[in-house]
Design a protein around this ligand. Sequence first.
Ligand SMILES: Nc1ncnc2c1ncn2[C@@H]1O[C@H](COP(=O)(O)OP(=O)(O)OP(=O)(O)O)[C@@H](O)[C@H]1O
Length: 241
Amino acid sequence: MLKAKNLCWQQGNKKILDNIDFSLLKGEVIGLVGPNGSGKSSLLKVLSFLEKPTAGEILFQNKVIGSNISLDIRRKIAIVFQDPLLLNTTVYENVASGLKIRGKSKKEISDKVDRWLTSFGIFHLKNQKARLLSGGESQRVSLARAFAIEPDVIFLDEPFSALDVPTKELLIDDINKIIKDTNTTAVVVSHDFRDIFRLASKAMVLINGRVEAVDTPFNLINKSTTAEVDRFLIHWKNLDF
Ligand SMILES: Nc1ncnc2c1ncn2[C@@H]1O[C@H](COP(=O)(O)OP(=O)(O)OP(=O)(O)O)[C@@H](O)[C@H]1O
């Protein structure tokens, strides 16, 4: 689905992403972890074509993506950030917005919005003003908006980090079910390795802009890799999963 070869991203003299090889299969969920400033958000931005790589190549659905990214490709990708970034209108209009841009019919928009509001457990908030929602409800709207366009790849950049633990736990349960039911292809960034354990089949450890390890979350916790990776994961290695 999505592949990157020798991907580099530099800003001024600073090498932020350094020779990254990345591969995401259809229906796969990859967790991206690493210390603060290791380049996780930057990698999502480059992989989702929000930033252009300074070197290397990205292939999307087996086609090399050049510097002119078509609207058609951009529209196959959705991103959810830590901050839900909702429009100052109703929940319905927020979830409908991506479908409207894509020229879907009124009936299709209405059916899809209802379906995704239901999946995310927020149908009762349909006519509520988005600015009156709690943090957890807002993030559910943001996720419903992203899933409603049925993207080929969805990038989740720390979507849970502003939520309290019970709110986050319930949301992860729902996302897990939705991802499995819809065979969603996703990359998820989280500071909490337990989130990665629950959501992803594979995890990638980024340190100083380099991929230091790729394995199942189970193996990363239970096996030793490099000293740097082990040091980063030590806290999680001492917990019971
Ligand atoms: N547009 C930019 N220009 C210059 N430097 C940048 C830019 N974007 C990111 N950086 C730098 O690149 C490095 C990686 O940042 P990035 O936000 O990708 O890390 P991260 O792993 O997502 O961090 P965190 O876990 O704290 O969110 C940081 O040192 C950051 O300051």
